[in-house]
Design a protein around this ligand. Structure first.
Ligand code: AHR
Length: 501
């Protein structure tokens, strides 16, 4: 079979203006994400607040627009009051989600300070596991109310005269999961979420809220969960969340690389459920989606199952990512761009050490994992309008997923910079894929660069000693004639073709 693919891109066929917040990420109090990740007083690169500046630089390089905090599963046992005020008075707590000891030496205000330095907004989650509306209204009063009340004046006494004005709030985390502290049925959660939403917005009507959708496509309660939760919350929230992780436990790479098609199906089904509820409610509001946890996660499962409890900041969920994982991350980013009319926020889970693009060693260096690169490229060059990808491509079947196109791609038009960027993955593991890209409506074009991530070893990884084993180069072979681009995409590769239009 001769492999080939063709893509037509037209500036008049836009999916949507991309909301930059889809390049968000996530810091949970889990493992070494906070302690010895973003925060390590005593480290040679630590600033006056104890924030690691080597890590901070890499995060700034990624231009992360929003960071979710403090969990994840952690938030369902979170007592935020333990984390503010003088550090010497802060309580150590048994943290039940990940069975460690939490010292609370890094808390809510420190995270707000850190985010400012990282040039990121905060997406703050409230505890709807062990707590509820009362706690959430206190936290938002502490955070966003200017002053003249008990909690806002407490914040001022802690040295924060101005309110934090956090705009985006998650109503709990994965409340459908039996592993969650205080897990709930959809009705229990829906009722709690709506009552919490009401009081939070009474304190600060300018905030936006995210209700919990299912913890993944495979949950037995999906999509009934979405429908019941929205029945209660539709008029009170702006976003519904999606979470999804993939792994290659079976070492079946063709299937692993095709998982993004299931991710798209997930997004379509959740959007359809939202629209059903919109009709049922006779509402004018379009419910938006927040894909606030997504990534590859499986390499660390075995090590984590052997860990003893009650350490402080032990290594947990420390996946070491290989080349094929970076390709999957690339296809997941493309999947979200294809649905950028609905998916308005997303968080790569997570940012440092815990299933993360950035790794550190305690007292040592910081380095970029393989998945850092597609995330970086999408964040830097994927801003503008997503254009409808009309793709014809040779296809393959796996036992589980059929009609998988070898070419996965999307184009983004940045009108201000007069640039089109094509993100493309060649899923073929053995052969290069000849691709023609027809940019007919753009006139004469020229190639700015063709970035490629390729590797003969799908399992190649970066380490502290060998941090650049898997890294992109910009010697790709894309060429242009008028407005038609020709490229031969290397086998198993991630490509970024930047075009001046
Ligand atoms: O990101 C790791 C964990 O995955 C989060 O704490 C939880 O929300 C999800 O199950």
């Amino acid at each position: 079979m001769t492999l080939k693919a063709k893509m037509i891109v037209d500036k008049d066929f836009a999916i949507s203006e991309i909301d930059n917040r889809i390049y968000g990420s996530f810091i949970e109090h889990l493992g070494r994400a906070v302690y010895n990740g973003i925060y390590e007083p005593g480290h040679q690169s630590a600033d006056e607040s104890g924030f690691r500046s080597d890590v901070m630089e890499m995060i700034r390089e990624l231009q992360v627009p929003i960071v979710r905090y403090p969990g994840g599963n952690f938030v369902s046992g979170y007592n935020w009051e333990d984390t503010v005020g003088p550090k010497e008075l802060r309580k150590r707590r048994l943290e039940l989600a990940w069975r460690v000891v939490e010292t609370n030496q890094f808390g809510f205000n420190e995270f707000v300070d850190w985010s400012k330095k990282a040039n990121s907004e905060v997406m703050m989650a409230v505890n709807l596991g062990t707590r509820g509306a009362d706690d959430a209204r206190n936290l938002i009063e502490y955070s966003n109310h200017p002053g003249g009340s008990y909690w806002s004046d407490l914040r001022r006494s802690h040295g924060y005269e101005q309110p934090h004005n956090i705009k985006t709030w998650c109503l709990g985390n994965e409340m459908d999961g039996p592993w969650q502290i205080g897990a709930k049925t959809a009705t229990e959660y829906g009722r709690l979420a709506v009552e919490t939403a009401k009081v939070m917005k009474w304190v600060d009507p300018t905030i936006e809220l995210v209700a919990c959708g299912s913890s993944g496509l495979g949950m037995p309660t999906f999509p009934e969960w979405e429908s019941t939760v929205l029945d209660h919350t539709y008029d009170h929230v702006e976003y519904l969340s999606l979470h999804q992780y993939y792994g290659n436990q079976e070492n079946d790479t063709p299937t692993f690389l095709a998982r993004s098609l299931q991710m798209e199906e997930f997004i379509r089904t959740v959007a359809a459920t939202c629209d059903y509820m919109k009709a049922k409610k006779r509402s004018k509001k379009k419910m938006l989606l927040s894909f606030d946890e997504w990534n590859v996660w499986y390499h660390s499962n075995a090590a984590d199952s052997k860990r003893e409890p009650w350490d402080i900041a032990p290594p947990q969920l420390e996946d070491i990512y290989n080349h094929e994982d970076a390709l999957v991350v690339g296809t997941m980013l493309i999947a979200m761009l294809k649905h950028s009319d609905r998916v308005r926020m997303a968080c790569m889970a997570q940012l440092v050490n815990v299933i993360a693009p950035i790794m550190t060693s305690n007292g040592g260096g910081a380095w970029r994992q393989t998945i850092f690169y597609p995330y970086l490229h999408a964040s830097l060059f994927g801003r503008g309008k997503a254009l409808v990808p009309l793709v014809q491509s040779s296809k393959y079947d796996t036992k589980e997923i059929t009609d998988v196109p070898y070419l996965e791609s999307i184009a983004v038009y940045n009108e201000e910079k007069s640039e089109v960027t094509i993100f493309a993955v060649n899923r073929h593991l053995e052969e290069q894929l000849p691709v023609e890209i027809d940019l007919r409506s753009f006139g004469e074009c020229s190639i700015i660069e063709h970035i490629v991530m390729e590797n003969d070893d799908l399992k190649a990884v970066n380490t502290e000693l060998e941090p650049n084993r898997v890294a992109p180069h910009n010697r790709g072979n894309a060429s242009v004639d008028g407005s038609t681009i020709q490229a031969k995409l290397a086998k198993a590769s991630w490509n970024v073709i930047r075009v001046k239009v």
